[in-house]
Design a binder for this molecule. Structure first.
Ligand code: SF4
Length: 178
């Protein structure tokens, strides 16, 4: 049987969801016999290629995040959102309480430890979006694994369901952190 091809991406995030995936421990050995990771922070492959399953961690906060999630969506048959940031906006959406100008001013100029600060500006830097968004406000998402981070049990369950050809609906009692 051909291996299931998986690509993963992280957007505006802390990488905790990918770390929780690694917490599936020895189950990763069994998984490795069934899946092949393409573009992912785990493989450090940067280019998107067509895959069966796309997995995304993090919210959409800047123009680069938008480009990455659109490219992942265009290259995967099923897109799964990992974690509260990807599912709902999460921690990073707290900045929606302020304007992006206020955020930049506070972060780069007004913090008590900053001297002679300035807001960086370059065509090479991704621009902040006005609002931080969950992934499904930018592209279609097929399934969700909530949690901050999602428990390794929930991630393992969701991957197992996908490998069985089912769209996972994670039971509430395994959503909590292991
Ligand atoms: S859901 Fe939690 S663990 Fe995952 S990226 Fe967001 S803050 Fe980090």
């Amino acid at each position: 049987m051909d291996k299931v091809k998986i690509a993963t991406a992280w957007l505006d995030c802390c990488s905790g969801c990918h770390m929780s995936f690694l917490d599936i421990d020895e189950a990763i050995v069994d998984l490795a016999s069934k899946v092949e990771f393409a573009r992912s922070p785990i493989t450090d492959i940067k280019q998107f290629t067509p895959v069966d399953v796309g997995i995304v961690e993090g919210s959409v906060s800047n123009t680069e995040n938008e480009e990455v999630i659109k490219a992942l969506r265009a290259n995967c048959k099923i897109l799964m959102a990992w974690g509260d940031c990807a599912c709902f906006g999460g921690l990073f959406a707290l900045r929606n309480l302020f304007t992006k100008e206020e955020i930049l001013q506070r972060g780069f100029v007004d913090t008590e430890s900053t001297q002679d600060g300035h807001i960086p500006s370059s065509d090479e830097l991704p621009a902040l979006l006005d609002q931080v968004k969950p992934v499904n406000q930018v592209v279609k998402v097929d399934c969700y694994v909530p949690g901050c981070p999602p428990s390794a049990t929930a991630i393992g369950y969701a991957l197992g369901e996908l490998l069985e050809g089912r769209i996972p609906v994670v039971p509430a009692d395994i959503m909590t952190f292991d």
